[in-house]
Design a protein around this ligand. Structure first.
Ligand code: MCN
Ligand code: CUN
Length: 795
């Protein structure tokens, strides 16, 4: 007996294809954490600090405990007895699960109530009486190191200031020499303000410590289920085989769901204490106020060049506001993430940067939000300062870029700060974007409008991304190296299952990872099931962030799939009674060289691998393979963006009229999904450039705690995106693929800001800090833009 023939319409390999996951999402049949209901499940709620900085004098929980529906009230003291009050952060620090000594930011977790229902748990929070001794907060990062500034982290022995780290990259002497020989030097301060990933679904977990089996199951909103499990095992001393982390459908992560939040730990403790499953799901304000923010980089840049526009060097000094705990999600040895890719896409010999991290009384976090570990800030800096240079030189910004972009023959390219860019054809991408935009025509239109007193701006940006972390010897989280496993198993009937260590939050992995297996093996992607998000059913790996799924896990899947084909060749050789070298592979089937009529399909071979066919010496039965992929390098996708805006002179309102985005992420597994990723990232970029900011008043009140104040872009703020592509494969990825998930978020903010500043040229404006709200733009026109990270105090 053989399996059925492959249907003629088979959907094999890469290509535009609807997302299989949408069948359930569009019907409202997704299974999110909050959809999980277990028998006897209790509900947790967190009491949060109203103050940014205060000593906890006492906590009285007696009234809350007396509430008829309350099952437990947990405080820092309870956790101290379990040694869980403080847990290690992702960056050589600790974070408080529940505050014991002091609260250090508004919204910090102080107590946890477990009750029969969510409403009672919330009601009981009001019955907890906390006596605070309010302290002066440190809100302005630029004043955090002032002598006499209140010390936030007095829990760290001997700590007498708010300094976290100093870090440098590049060659200082060489950079000084480049600046000394320069004809032109341009300097500019710029802030990348604190923003928030704001996923549609907030964070949450359901924890169930089964008292009989001793098995702890945690359903939670995580982008990295395996890393979470190991951290629970290490921190809580629980046996790892008795922990199962399940990441069900996730309603957007954008980096917000990389780390472990106190709420997750509290649901676990709640379950241990009560003996029942405990659900904790935060509300929107809790998500915005207390979970990982992004950016908050105060940057000073200096660029050196010749008068005719050849860039000679770049110098950068950064003050990094990490909030109250240093808990930035990035490979351990990079305290400033991948910021040292700030040299960007241009060819010049010298660059140097210093980054100083400080504590402030704000929520911790600091990297996440489609950021590729600070590449967002780096790209913004270089793309803005190149525009400042163009302004100084009186040169067209596209022409200045074209003159300095890395040429194709420079790849693989070793940057002045030590990155090896794998491949690139930069001038081609910029030329394509300019052609799509009708760049010259746009400049003509702008000149005419300027003559009439209208404000039109054209902004150009070019980005190089660094995605796909490891290799493991350089990159880890708390000692766990960044490599990922994959397993492919072909069933007897030729259908297959692929198990991943990474986890989708909306990127469409169920579709694209099946397409990778299909591309290599020829099995139709509809016949391949993708399993992920469950540590009991998937191989170990470090998860999804830094757009690493395709570069790392995708490579693991490709290698495992190739191993399937290699094994299939041996089995086919036995079936056809020829030597393996005499076989030819035509995706999906092997045949004797020169005689396609002898073909054995991969489905027939799969059946034979499980059947009675005698297998060649040394070949085990069944058709399955696995791979643990340790990437030799990161992948470097890139792109050229052009944004066209109109600015209303009377109100300062910015209208993004056009946005042209040419992206190169190597071959595209599914062009439709890639376009969706780019659309989302461009909307992110427009939001950050024009609307999004988490600012604080002088008392440390968070001013971005709801969607009334934290403004997200909608279709109204977004134009109809104009997308283009070039294809430059990665030389080291088995299928040439580069990641793309964060590209547009990295590349688009400078294009929008450059466009607005370009529109404001008649006012002599060279730089204005994001977000470019109407108020900010209008005030820039009056020559008095404000600091967007603080509440406006002068009127
Ligand atoms: N893809 C492709 N061809 C390529 C590269 C990628 O078809 N050459 C596909 C991939 O197979 C995958 C998607 O594009 O389906 C994104 O792939 P990749 O660039 O590998 O990024 P990840 O899958 O690792 O996703 C993480 C990335 C990050 S870090 C953030 S933040 C972000 C982003 O993805 N969060 C998102 N995009 C998001 N999109 C949605 N809808 N939701 C999020 O939370
Ligand atoms: Cu930086 S946000 Mo994504 O890496 O999860």
């Amino acid at each position: 007996m053989t399996t059925t023939e492959q249907p003629a319409h088979a959907d094999v390999g890469f290509g535009r294809r609807p997302r299989v996951e949408d069948a359930r999402f569009l019907r409202g049949k997704g299974q999110y954490v909050d959809d999980i209901t277990l028998p006897g499940m209790l509900h947790g709620a967190i009491l949060r600090s109203p103050h940014a900085h205060a000593r906890i004098v006492s906590i009285d929980t007696s009234e809350a405990e007396a509430h008829p529906k309350v099952k437990a009230v947990i405080t820092g003291a309870t956790l101290e007895s379990l040694k869980l009050a403080w847990i290690p952060s992702l960056s050589h620090d600790v974070i408080a699960v529940l505050a014991t000594d002091k609260v250090r930011y508004q919204g910090q977790e102080v107590a946890f109530v477990v009750a029969e229902d969510r409403y009672s748990a919330r009601d009981a929070l009001e019955l907890i009486d906390v006596d605070y001794d309010v302290l002066d907060p440190v809100i302005d990062a630029q004043r955090a190191l002032d002598p006499g500034a209140p010390v936030i982290r007095d829990d760290i022995e001997g700590k007498a200031d708010n300094h976290i780290f100093d870090w440098t990259a590049g060659d200082k002497d060489q950079t000084d020499a480049a600046f000394a020989s320069a004809e032109v030097v341009v300097k500019q301060d710029m802030l990348y303000p604190r923003v928030h990933p704001a996923p549609l679904e907030t964070c949450g977990s359901v924890a169930w410590m089964d008292p009989v089996s001793g098995k702890l199951t945690i359903w939670c909103t995580t982008q990295a289920p395996h890393a979470h499990r190991t951290l629970y095992a290490l921190v809580a001393g629980l046996p790892e085989q008795k922990i199962r982390v399940v990441s069900p459908d996730i309603g957007g992560g954008f980096g917000n769901k990389v780390g472990i939040y106190p709420g997750y730990v509290l649901s676990v403790v709640g379950s241990i204490v009560t003996g029942a499953p405990v659900k904790w799901v935060e509300d929107r304000s809790e998500n915005l106020v207390s979970t990982s923010f992004a950016r908050d980089y105060h940057m000073h840049g200096e660029i050196a060049a010749t008068r005719d526009g050849r860039i000679l060097g770049l110098r950068v000094d950064v003050l990094a506001d990490h909030g109250a705990f240093n808990n930035t999600a990035q490979p351990t040895k990079y305290p400033a993430g991948f910021f040292h890719i700030f040299t960007g896409s241009y060819d010049y010999p010298a660059a140097y940067c210093t980054v100083k991290g400080v504590y402030t009384n704000k929520a911790p976090g600091g990297v996440a939000y489609a950021c590729s570990f600070r590449v967002t800030e780096a790209c913004y800096l270089v793309e803005r300062i190149v525009d400042c240079l163009a302004d100084e030189l009186g040169m067209d910004p596209a022409e200045l870029r074209m003159k300095n972009l890395l040429r194709p023959e420079r790849f693989p390219y070793l940057s002045p700060t030590g990155w090896e860019y794998d491949s690139g054809e930069y001038p081609r991408a910029l030329a394509k974007a300019m052609e799509m935009a009708g760049y010259e025509q746009l400049r003509k239109e702008q000149a005419e409008k300027r003559a009439r007193g209208e404000l039109m701006g054209i902004g150009v940006s070019f980005f190089t991304e660094t995605v796909g972390a490891g290799p493991r010897k350089h990159m880890d989280i708390l000692g766990l190296g960044m490599a990922d496993g994959a397993e492919v198993r072909v069933h007897p009937t030729g259908k297959a299952v692929v198990r991943l260590s990474v986890q989708t939050q909306g990127q469409g992995h169920e579709t694209t990872f099946a397409q990778i297996v299909s591309e290599v093996t020829g099995i139709p992607s509809a016949d391949i099931e993708v399993v992920h998000g469950d540590t009991d059913n998937t191989p170990f790996g470090l998860g999804t962030y830094g757009s690493r799924s395709t570069p790392v896990s995708g490579a693991a899947v490709a290698v495992a799939s190739r191993r399937i084909v290699d094994k299939a060749r041996l089995i086919a050789s036995a079936m056809l009674e020829v030597s393996p070298e005499d076989l030819e592979w035509d995706r999906g089937k092997f045949f004797v060289k020169g005689d396609p009529s002898t073909a054995k399909t991969i489905q027939e071979i799969a059946f034979a691998s499980h059947g009675t066919q005698e297998l060649p010496e040394g070949v085990e039965g069944h058709l399955d393979a696995e791979c643990v992929y340790d990437p030799p390098n990161l992948t470097y996708p890139f792109g050229a963006y052009i944004c066209v805006v109109d600015v209303d002179k009377g109100t300062g309102q910015v209208k993004v009229r056009r946005f042209i985005a040419v992206d190169d992420c190597g071959p595209r597994i599914n062009p439709m999904i890639v376009e969706g990723q780019v659309h989302g990232g461009l909307a992110d970029g427009v939001g950050m450039a024009l609307m999004e900011v988490i600012a604080f008043d002088e008392e440390g009140n968070c001013l971005g705690g709801s969607f009334m104040d934290y403004q997200l872009p909608t279709a109204l703020e977004c134009p109809s995106w104009e997308l283009g592509e070039t294809v430059t494969p990665s030389p080291h990825h088995p299928l040439g693929l580069k990641g793309v998930g964060e590209s547009a978020t990295v590349g688009s903010p400078p294009a929008v800001v450059n466009a607005v500043i370009d529109a404001l040229k008649p006012y002599g404006v060279r730089h204005v800090d994001m977000p470019l709200t109407p108020a900010q733009v209008w005030r820039a026109m009056q020559g008095r833009p404000f600091r967007t990270d603080l509440a406006i105090t002068d009127e």
